[in-house]
Design a protein around this ligand. Structure first.
Ligand code: ZN
Length: 350
């Protein structure tokens, strides 16, 4: 039997005021001395400075790196800083960008990375993969999962609701991602892990079940979404790839990122992609649309802020984004007519 190695986060702390525990968490994990904190210009004032203070209270040196762009070049700059201050850990404090830069730079330097999400907008907060821009296009790279995830609900609650709704779109995407994975297993003999697939589907089902509470912005539902996103990250750790969490709907989102004048948020695009890919899979796409509508996530091109042309174009090139990732789009993808039809039938375009 093929050897399958699973690397998982050691410590997951979710709740009110958990940010204050970061010093203790480092101690528990045997991390001392020096840390690099990667954060964004806005989040620095909201949480980055606070993390530095808490670490210093725990007798650690902490250096803040403010990153404005999510690129591989930025991760390289953080690597230089890690070596300069002899950091023993990198802490990503923020939404997507800071976490991915921290994840990749820590991985390349062979030191642990701690994830401190300030929004529940996508599953990268706990995954072993980093999505960064390099050579003008988004690339997804293998890295280590965070050694710890510290999700402070008080902090995440302050983020705009749009980010949370986007996170729900990224979770709903697991319905079609898992179908694509099964298809690749059946048609291509690709490795398929039932446990990882079930975990991803469990998260998606939780979002469906809690959709109404989420739309009413109840604090407990926020916790559910955060935990579901972390579970999706764990599903990827168990699978050893992003397969349980990323299928044709993600390819559509990546394609839209490449061609749209003004792309929407990752999870928003994945949610709309899930409606259309579920139609192609012959599944209950109307239920997907209903859940997204209830949550207040976009379900149409107009709501995404992209043109009908961009949606159709993205559908026709999605299969080329990661040719090795077999999905319902097949090897040759959708023709213009087929793409237009699926977008029209599902109400994504008018
Ligand atoms: Zn995603």
């Amino acid at each position: 039997m093929r050897v399958h190695e699973i690397r998982l986060p050691q410590d997951i702390v979710v709740g009110s005021g958990t940010l204050n525990l970061i010093g203790q968490v480092c101690k528990k994990l045997g991390i001392h001395d020096s840390a690099v904190i990667v954060t964004g210009p806005k989040v620095k004032g909201i949480a980055g400075n606070r993390v530095k203070e808490i670490l210093e209270e725990s007798n650690m040196n902490a250096t803040i790196h403010v990153s404005a762009e999510s690129s591989i070049a930025e991760a390289e700059r953080v690597r230089d800083l890690i070596r300069e201050v002899k950091a023993k850990v990198v802490i990503g404090v923020g939404g997507g960008k800071s976490i991915d830069i921290a994840k990749l730079s820590a991985f390349k330097e062979g030191i642990p990375f701690i994830s401190v999400p300030t929004a529940a907008s996508h599953d990268g907060i706990a995954s072993p993969r980093a999505s960064l821009k390099g050579l003008n296009r988004p690339t997804s790279m293998s890295a280590n999962p965070p050694v710890a995830i510290i999700a402070d609900i008080d902090l995440i609650m302050k983020a705009p609701y749009r980010l949370l709704a986007s996170g729900c779109g990224d979770i709903i995407a697991k319905f079609t991602a898992v179908r694509d994975w099964r298809l690749a297993h059946k048609l291509r003999g690709e490795y398929y892990g039932d446990y990882a697939a079930s975990l991803a589907i469990l998260s998606a089902n939780l979002v469906v079940k809690h959709a109404e509470y989420i739309s009413r912005r109840m604090p407990e539902s926020l916790r559910t979404v955060v935990e579901a996103l972390i579970s999706c990250g764990i599903a990827m750790c168990i699978a050893g790839s992003s397969r349980p969490c990323s299928g044709s709907e993600h390819l559509f989102s990546h394609a839209l990122d490449l061609i749209a004048k003004k792309p929407a948020l990752h999870g928003e695009q994945c949610g709309v992609g899930t409606i259309m890919m579920m139609y192609l899979h012959g599944g209950k796409w109307r239920n997907i649309r209903k859940t997204l509508k209830l949550i207040g996530a976009p379900t149409t091109a107009k709501e995404l802020g992209v043109s009908d042309y961009e949606v159709i174009k993205a559908l026709t090139i999605a299969h080329k984004i990661r040719p090795e990732r077999y999905t319902i789009l097949g090897e040759s993808g959708l023709s213009w007519e087929a793409a237009e039809r699926v977008a029209r039938i599902t109400g994504v375009i008018e």
